[in-house]
Design a protein. Sequence first.
Length: 630
Amino acid sequence: MGISRLSRAFADLIPAYAARAEFRIVGRAFEAAASAINREARENRVDVVVAGGSNGAYLRQHVDVPVVLVKVTGFDVMSALATARRISPKVALVTHASTYAEVDEFVQAFALDIPRYTYLTEDDATARVRALKEEGIRVIVGPGMVTDLADKYGLVGVFLYSGNAVRLALEDAIEAARLRRIESTRRDYVNAILAHLNEGVAAVDAEGRVQAFNPAMERFLGTPAGVAVGRKLSTLAPGLALDGVMQSGTRELEAIHRLGDRMVVVNRIPIVGEAGSAGAVLTIQDANAIHRADRNLRSRNRPRAAGVRYSLADLAGDSPAMSGLRALARRYAAVDSTVLVSGESGTGKEVLAQGMHDASPRRAFPFVAVNCAAFPETLLESELFGYEEGAFTGARRGGKAGLFESAHNGTLFLDEVGDMPPALQTRLLRVLQEKQVLPIGGIEAVPVNVRVIAATHRDLAALVRDGTFRQDLYYRLNILRIEMPPLRDRSADLAALAALLYRRAQERLGIADLQPLPAPVSARLASYAWPGNIRELENVTERIAVLVAGVELPPLALQRELQAAVPELFGHATPIAAAVPDAQSLATVARTSQADHIRRVLEECGGNRTEACARLGISATTLWRRLKEG
């Protein structure tokens, strides 16, 4: 940008740079020049501006591209003064903004009468030229504006800028344009990366003005990048301003912020350079997206053995009842409908649930089991649905994900669902209907994708009639139904099951020489009602293995050991026909038999309930309930 003599100096020198850069000479100054430059800059048609004097100083304050000033050296000034003195001894020097220290020293050292003045605006320059003319000055040395004014008022103007000064300015401009192109390429590369992030990113300079604003941030704040860039972030989103971190130089990470109708996680990171604060970066993440990512990570990182130990093949038995059960379970495993598994305790309901999960498309995701009868109501609620930080006294810092969230994309097994308190039945129904879970103390529901398998030994239909179980929840759970057959109805499987469990018990005990189940026991298996079903059979076989496996005993001694180890098979044998007179009393007989067996084991353990529970393979809650029911 140059007027008069500077423009002509540009025209003389630019042809030598035609192979290195494209120059355009614009003969405008100040506001008109600034408007033209900004228009070109918006269309990316200008990299650098070259200007001189007050025009250059003005443009530096009013345009958005770099401005290279034509710099005048002390040698240029003295050369111009020498030229002026050859024309007339009455010479004055008028420069923009400041004088030159080396020239001042030179004039004083040689006692030269050369007045020196400065100006800031065109009006200042005009007034100064008029005053010098009235003082009798004949020649004025200065930049293009001053020399033009001198010519206008009948004086001689000597141009201050040398060809070398203009040449150096052009060289600097070419280098600045090259660096700006490199920086622009880098910025485009970074912007291309930012454009593909789901995380909102905004960067500001040291004044808090937005320099980068990716599409995700546009969506978070509802502001286009074209509007945001160049404006102060504090005016766009006062609650997200970065002034605090720029002043403190300290990061603010993982702050929770409400943005409109959703919660977001905000990070504020200062950028500190050698000269101090150079700006800051703001990032925004959707809290629900973080929840989803966390659930997926936990789901994928969970070892399969930690959730699933059994497959449908572990439901041993070749009886028609078991063959049909496995076939039905495989059909149910292929769909996502809720399954209700009913049957007496010890029939293998959880084995069935794990097997269905293993055979389902959800096998790569978690299998989470919870016994609804093993927790107090308040604890069960927090276990199932989770809680937010500070939801109640003793709540873990940061909150805790519930079992529904932990089972995301997998299977949640609700054992003993018939013992769930009424208040939690309501919450469970809502989760099953809405497929969303609201943690205790939370205000935003978390979407969950969970297949539910519920199990109970109780008659839920009777509980619905009694009003202790919600009818709508019963219908929601009872979409697919599987009835686990009791062991007494699978007499054809008894011998094979007992042999299998006895072999496994010996293997767990590390017995090298595996032996078959003792004949006296095998002969009495079918004469016992097995109220504890598979669990009781497993306990019996393990008890026998601990006492007699691997030990050489004569027949009478073996008989005595077996009678001591499993008295229920000897002194208290009850024919199945007598134990189960009709279908209506079956459940009652089972509960009574279980209670009797528990009392016998308690007596053997000297009343120690912990030891009795360990031998029976049940929890203390289940032991108490069985005794109460019997």
